[in-house]
Write a protein that binds this ligand. Sequence first.
Ligand code: NAD
Ligand code: TYD
Length: 382
Amino acid sequence: MYEFVPRRLLVTGGCGFMGSAFVRWVAERRPEVRVTVLDKLTYAGNLANLKDVENKPNYKFVKMDICDFDGIYKLMQDEHVDGIIHLAAESHVDRSIKDPFTFAQTNVMGTLSLLQAAKLYWETLPEKWEGKRFYHISTDEVYGALELTHPQGIEPPFSTKASSGKHHLAYGAKFFTEDLKYQPHSPYSAAKASSDHFVRAFHDTYGLPTIVTNCSNNYGPYQFPEKLIPLFINNIRHRKPLPVYGKGENVRDWLFVEDHARAIDLIFHEGKIAETYNIGGFNEWKNIDLIKVLINTVDRLLGRKEGEDLDLITYVTDRAGHDLRYAIDSTKLQKELGWEPSLQFEEGIEKTVRWYLDNQEWMDNVTSGDYQKYYDDMYKNR
Ligand code: NAD
Ligand code: TYD
């Protein structure tokens, strides 16, 4: 298998949940690669997420907006960037419902400015596209919603290490495959879909060497606590109500974030240009069942009676346009590149809950805004 070997990597959104997991992954395992992280440090971006790598000689941080075309072009020149992994985005569906403009600005215009900067910079080089790669991280939410035809769950047509856990069910017979038509419903997924189209258009029109992956819901350490899993772990700990949207019947497919980081690394190096790969956990859960697992796990790890906090569950008004079921079929990735999730959900959730319980200070910092001070103290003299 041909392995693409970049030397100068630009990672956008590297201070977010998934971006930081990828930067930790690559900085540890590929010391020969220089990683420049570009991040605007919105409320969701936090330099403390990269504490583990901040002293590594192959890592550098630059505070910048992906909409800043001139800044990106110059940065690419200065750093001789030959590979881009693009994760920067506004990522929370509830925020997109309140403020769709910011999502169009960052996710669409920001992606476009990055594509154009990469195209113009790489075109100036004698070897042009050769040895270059633009990898765009997208979501399964662009495919829309699947029906929930089997409320009790059925045996899924996949078999992996992840699916040998206690719970492994599919809640419908259909899955998202790479050839499906995009049908986004939320302003978030509409903006991500639009950015995916721009990425493919840059390949088809100019020949830019692009790859797109669409991944299911990630969970793990360092996720901003407005997303279901970290928010609920924190609320259970502090015995605050758990706002379950609608009846809690919506289904999501969950993947441990380090498994996603490993998939990105593999696809970036060995995936085929112009291809799309779906990345999934083979791990569907109804929200309410997942929330009960969270309650039991937090209670047990805190020495409480298991299930003692079930009465925190509070059903609230449903999210507008709430997609019923997401379920990824990542057979293509499994067959072509041999990737599959390494963790069973039970192990992943235990690791995740432990991490949040052990890192209350991180939780307090990201929610209080103190991380801005951390940034100023850390970087004012650089
Ligand atoms: P996140 O919200 O935790 O992090 C986003 C990062 O992007 C932050 O560090 C933020 O500061 C930065 N950012 C935002 N706007 C920016 C801008 N204009 N310029 C520069 N940086 C900016 O998001 P995440 O969960 O880590 O998701 C990362 C990517 O993966 C996104 O593209 C998202 O659509 C995609 N994705 C996420 C999931 C998931 O479950 N979290 C699943 C599939 C795909
Ligand atoms: P979320 O973590 O926001 O991810 P996404 O919407 O991108 O899938 O939400 C996961 C699921 O949990 C989704 O069906 C919405 C639901 N949810 C709640 O029921 N209550 C909450 O407070 C949140 C944040 C989410």
